[in-house]
Design a protein around this ligand. Structure first.
Ligand code: NAD
Length: 251
């Protein structure tokens, strides 16, 4: 691996996969981290010709010591994209609320913390960190307490690290997507539909109706924003939370 190397968690599917492919296509190498070997192996098989190279690490971001062991003797990193996440719905009074709270916080918030703790010793001065939060990192939605708390927490972490790492010219930003067409969104819509006893098409139409541009965001569009935040042109931007939601979260 000889080009600038960017670590991407959750690289096996959805937004993380789109980020990895966009980086590989723009002459960057990728250290792809994910829980499941299959999707990471599939990513290796899709490396665009003439672009960057990909190495993989199978790890659960909830396991901080495992991540640190995997990265401690690794190469230097030009950037880190903390993208791995899960979404589970549970209202405060539901029987599974405690389990959902712990599961979601362990991946979305502890996972990002663990990733950045493990990666920081390898990150070059002037490097870049991008965390994938959510529109629900800024706003609330009934039934999404654990998820929204994790994504709000991530923005707090980003704003603190931006100040902490500024002396090393490391920028730290978040992206806050609205509905993005990924396996997570599909599963979330299916869960909401099952909960209400309606079809997934109905729930998707309602969600789309709340988006001024009238469509879900494509994972490649989120990847393009992240690539720009990783670029030299974004060197003066840090501690920010960038919405990308088709206008749904425009505040
Ligand atoms: P996705 O389910 O397609 O991808 C998530 C990836 O994270 C998967 O590859 C999964 O294996 C990985 N992952 C999950 N738990 C992990 C763990 N413990 N350790 C390592 N890897 C793990 O979902 P996505 O939509 O691409 O989500 C990516 C990020 O974008 C998430 O943080 C999500 O919260 C955020 N997001 C998604 C949407 C959306 O509508 N899809 C909206 C806002 C924010």
């Amino acid at each position: 691996m000889s080009r600038p190397l960017v670590l991407v968690t959750g690289a096996g599917s959805g937004i993380g996969r789109a980020v990895a492919l966009a980086l590989l296509g723009s002459d960057r190498d990728v250290l792809a981290v994910g829980r499941r070997p299959g999707p990471l192996e599939a990513l290796v098989g899709e490396v665009p010709g003439g672009g960057g190279a990909v190495a993989t690490v199978v790890a659960d971001v909830g396991d901080g010591p495992a991540l640190r062991r995997a990265l401690e003797h690794g190469p230097h990193l030009a950037g880190v994209v903390a993208c791995a996440g899960i979404c589970r719905q549970a209202r405060l009074d539901s029987p599974e609320a405690d389990d959902v709270w712990r599961e979601v916080l362990a991946v979305n918030l502890d996972g990002a913390w663990n990733t950045l703790r493990a990666a920081l010793p390898r990150l070059e001065d002037g490097g870049r960190i991008v965390a994938v939060s959510s529109g629900l990192g800024k706003l609330g939605r009934a039934g999404y307490g654990a998820y929204a708390a994790s994504k709000h927490g991530l923005l707090g972490l980003v704003r603190c690290l931006a100040r902490e790492l500024a002396p090393r010219r490391i920028t730290v930003n978040a992206v806050c997507p609205g509905w993005v067409d990924t396996p997570m969104a599909a599963a979330d819509l299916a869960a909401a539909a099952a909960d209400r006893g309606v079809g997934t098409d109905t729930v998707r139409a309602e969600a789309t109706g709340g988006i001024p541009l009238g469509r879900f965001v494509d994972p490649g569009e989120v990847a393009a924003l992240i690539l720009w935040l990783l670029s030299a042109g974004a060197a003066a931007i840090t501690g920010e939370a960038w919405n990308i939601s088709g206008g749904e979260f425009s505040a």
